[in-house]
Design a protein around this ligand. Sequence first.
Ligand code: MN
Ligand code: MN
Length: 467
Amino acid sequence: MEEKNSVSKELKEKLFLQRKNGYRRIDAEEEKAIFVFAEDYKRFLDIAKTEREAVIEAVKTLEANGFTEYKKGMKLNAGDKIYRNNRGKAVVAAVIGSAPIDEGVRLCAAHIDSPRLDLKQNPLYEDNELALFKTHYYGGIKKYQWTTIPMSLHGVIVKADGTSVTVNIGEDENDPVFCVTDLLPHLATEQMSRTAAKLVRGEDLNLLIGSIPFRDDEASEAVKLNIMNLLFEKYGITEDDFISSELEAVPAFKARDIGFDRSLIGGYGHDDRCCAFPALRAVVDCAEPVHTVVTVLTDKEETGSDGNTGLCSAYLKYFIADIAETLGSSGRSVLSASECLSADVNAAFDPTFPEVNEKNNAAFVNKGVCITKYTGARGKSGTSDASAEFAGRIRRLMNSKNVVWQTGELGKVDAGGGGTVAAYIANLDVDTIDMGVPVLSMHAPYEVISKLDLYMAYKAFAAFIAD
Ligand code: MN
Ligand code: MN
């Protein structure tokens, strides 16, 4: 009996899919590297809560590492490091490779926008002597999750004279914060009988911003006036100026370790900065690549990638065309020979909600960076389904570089679904596959990822662009 068992054990090891916990597959030295990497990442999360702030941070990092702003027509040589800032909301970085550009580029695409509450264009009002901002949520959220948490305000206001002011309030310990209120349970009988989608409605997401009336008994809307007066003193703005502003309310809390073992990170906007940060780090760390490396940190993914800073626009295509022309090729020849990792998150299996996953095809915390062959909904609608050949190539590469990786779908068939930028890049005739970090509580104000998975994303992106 014993003999037979050991034969089947051996055979199983040889023939069955093995997906051990990543911590059982790495040594102590790599474990140390994982924790060091996480510290830098948490810093990035705290200072780059919006796409604009992520671009500022990325450009700073790129310039500190020898990247210069690219202008069309600039001479390019192997080893040159360049970037293009797209309207302060997206950035493309490239390192020119030694191989002819016709052999294609290694593209890494992550997004730097995250779900949040945007202020409406005429946001300020007073109701019963409380001042509030009307908001319009951005991206797919469970609205009830965005009440009763401290929120900070980030963005820009372009004033009537064309000058602009940057707003960042609620991040410093001494700053005030804002919040959306919710009903007390005592009086929520009707509210609690609604379906969760309507528990808190879109028009209920009003941000509380003040309550002291302006010192003048005659004035109506005295609380609003007092707030507007404070804003005029601080930013020199009048109410009209909100029309040309982009103000985003985001959770005010900082990224922190989760767990007695500190293995996880809780924070706002892991989706998709937990891929954007490793992608940025990988391009910065890449020295003298064979193929030209292009890393794009894009905006607007959470609203469908439309708009001139999203990947449905031509900005990435134009960038590649510009460098292709300079290097004696054409954009379309380069794109057709290129490969892309669409660096975006996947849902991590949550033991509290096992019913939405099919366990054999779900991503698990600590099992490494997740390769997702296709996303989409229903019958694989709205997805780029990577070819077996490209999936095979990426799999071989990951194995050869000892990247801890796994594969997973976004939930059970017909449980819901979602997409990434993979489809838009694949539509440019680029071999594309999704790869990213599994996330718990995705799109909640406070998301959770594993430090090991984060580090493996970095290792994966670095291996891909160096190949
Ligand atoms: Mn995402
Ligand atoms: Mn998302």
